[in-house]
Design a protein around this ligand. Structure first.
Ligand code: PEP
Ligand code: MG
Length: 608
């Protein structure tokens, strides 16, 4: 975990200069542990760029439709924001409600949208049309005598900026003005935005929207940035520059902290650092239970920047390389040579330890601009992206994308010095024919590379599948016959089993990996792999939670992969358990169908 406090002198002078405001405590979802103290910085201050194009006459209708889709998305976002503000203490909601109302009024059919439509009909592109119409309206406000003209002008510009952001799918990527040691605040953050953050320069991240195991949360945990997501009303209630205390373990964000709150937070920062040092000493100890069973503890990797964290955690390899993050935040797709280099660098850095590379898992909330730019993904987002062309479905639809990646993995596996075992992992599998089609492509790519004279491993790296949909889990007995290993993606498995979006704040209370339905799917999958004597690991967030370690071990799992920061705590837990007690515990849990009884079984076990 990074030191998260800005230098005290600077903090004190800021706090002293600010007018006295009452302390306010907002609560969200704890996502990545650690305490951050620093001034708040709003990403939404970043202005999206407005492209300017002339629309072809035959494309005008489609351009109007594109504008309307973005307006609807903006309305939906604001409606949600307003709904959530209503649940806040009166002083905050009374202050902010008129602003939300003004935004929503401007998004209703009226001058702004009528004017923008006319401009598109005159062949301006949607982004330019809405921005120019907003500017014209702002100028008209400012020319009048209304004392609130300046405010109205800013409101209409802000509404236009939101529409442009939705039109261009602009990630909030301008972190340029982000002061060192600040707490970043946003309404929501895309996984690609989170991938741009530099943990060394940030005290924390807090958003209004987001869920505990969405990809943004996964990324923030991987980077070790203290984070709270889903803190309703935060981005509207905050004043940029205000000092705040963020606690990523309890999910609180305290605005304008009192001297006592600040003192307590500083004590928390020190305690956290002490605990990290203590856990760091476990690095060279084996992950072995009291009765001498060894568990393989590996790390999940999203970006090469995490490699030092992985080395520090003492991981025995990479159990899940989420390659989609390598495709984000760039204008063009990495070609075969560029990918080969990246995978080679990761395999080399792991110095003989195994590396499991998951092929591109595009879809859901993971947007990749370069795929859009190359026309490889649908341009109009599905209403239900989690159920759309995600993961292996896209790769089978765009085999060139798939083949390029497989070729790069094979070349990297053969050319990295001191390479350990490399494995290939397929995401979002639901049907056996997807596995068969993938294997055919895999073998075809290998044959082609050999013909081309490329060096690839004599024996092809094992090809495994993520078990992260109920469809795959319930056909695990058939799937295992045609695959070399399973990796349990408990994040999506929970989401798809319970029909709960893993990144959605409103249903976060229903997202429960301990739901009996999820546990039964885990058990069924693990049993199928064990019967077939093939490896099975868990690489979803369940693997990172030491409370769940005895259950997973008791169910028969001997390989866990998680964000590097979580690894020492899981190792500490394993070293205090005996496999016997884990098996008994898992049996007790699996006998229950009532979530309350499952919770009680955990409470009893932890008391023992
Ligand atoms: C999962 O779904 O549990 C998983 C590990 O994959 P991802 O989080 O990348 O969707
Ligand atoms: Mg997944």
């Amino acid at each position: 975990m990074k030191p998260t406090e800005k230098p005290r002198v600077a903090l004190r002078s800021r706090a002293a200069a600010a007018p006295k405001r009452a302390e306010r405590r907002l609560v969200g979802i704890p996502v990545a542990p650690g305490i951050g103290i620093g001034p708040l910085f709003a990403t939404s201050e970043a202005r999206p760029e407005v492209p300017r194009l002339t629309v072809a006459a035959e494309a005008v209708e489609a351009e109007v439709a594109r504008l309307d889709v973005a307006v609807r998305a903006s309305r939906k976002q604001l409606g949600k924001l307003r709904e959530r503000l209503a649940a806040l203490p009166d002083d905050i909601s009374t202050e902010l409600d008129p602003l939300m109302e003004a935004y929503q009024r401007m998004l209703a059919p009226g001058r702004l949208l009528r004017g923008a439509h006319k401009r598109v009909e005159a062949r301006q592109n949607a982004e330019a049309a809405i921005s120019d119409e907003a500017e014209a309206l702002a100028a008209a406000f400012l020319a009048g005598t209304d004392p609130a003209a300046a405010r109205h002008a800013e409101e209409v510009r802000e509404v236009a900026r939101r529409i442009v952001r939705n039109l261009t799918h602009t990630p909030f990527r301008s972190f340029a003005g982000l002061p060192e040691g600040a707490i970043l605040v946003a309404e929501w953050l895309r996984p690609s935005d989170a991938a741009l953050l530099n943990p060394a320069h940030l005290a924390g991240v807090a958003t209004d929207e987001g869920g505990s195991d969405g990809h943004t949360a996964v990324m923030l945990r991987a980077l070790g940035i203290p984070a709270v997501l889903g803190a309703a009303g935060l981005s509207s209630a905050m004043k940029p520059g205000t000092v705040a205390v963020l606690d990523g373990a309890t999910g609180t964000v305290v605005l304008n902290p009192t001297a006592e709150t600040l003192r307590e937070a500083r004590r928390g920062v020190e305690a956290h650092a002490r605990e990290s040092r203590r856990l760091g000493r476990l690095r060279h100890l084996p992950a072995t239970t009291l009765d001498n069973e060894t568990v393989e503890l590996q790390a999940n990797l999203e970006l090469p920047a995490e490699l030092p964290l992985i080395a520090k955690a003492g991981a025995a390899g990479i159990g899940l390389l989420r390659t989609e993050f390598l495709f984000m935040n760039r204008e063009t797709l990495p070609d075969e040579d560029a990918q080969t280099e990246t995978y080679r660098a990761v395999i080399t850095a792991m110095d003989g330890d195994p590396v499991t590379i998951r092929v591109l898992d595009w879809g859901g909330e993971k947007e990749i601009a370069a795929l859009d730019a190359e026309g490889l993904v649908p341009t109009v987002n599905d209403d239900n992206p989690a159920l759309g062309l995600r993961g292996i479905r896209l790769l089978l639809r765009q085999p060139e994308l798939f083949e390029t990646q497989l070729a790069a993995i094979l070349r990297a596996a053969a050319s990295a010095p001191n390479a350990g075992q490399v494995r290939v992992l397929l995401p979002m599998v639901t049907a056996l024919h997807e596995v068969r089609a993938s294997r055919e492509i895999y073998e075809r790519v290998a044959r082609r590379l050999r013909r081309r004279g490329e060096r690839i491993p004599d024996k092809l790296p094992p090809l495994g599948i993520m078990i992260e949909t109920p469809g795959a889990a319930l056909s695990a007995d058939a799937m295992i016959l045609e695959t070399d290993f399973f990796a349990l993606g408990t994040n999506d498995l929970t989401m798809y089993t319970l029909a709960v979006d893993r990144g959605e704040t409103d249903v976060a209370h229903l997202y429960d990996p301990l739901h009996p339905a999820v546990l039964r799917l885990l058990q069924y999958t693990i049993d199928a792999a064990l019967r077939a004597r093939k490896p099975v690991s868990v690489c979803g967030e369940m693997a990172a939670n030491p409370r769940l370690t005895p259950l997973l071990l008791g169910l028969g799992v001997r390989s866990l992969s998680m964000n590097a920061s979580a690894l020492p705590r899981v190792k500490q837990k394993i070293r205090a358990l005996s496999m016997d007690e884990c098996v008994r515990f898992a049996r007790r849990v699996m006998e229950q169908a009532d979530p309350d009884r499952i919770a009680a079984a955990f409470a009893d076990f932890e008391k023992e």
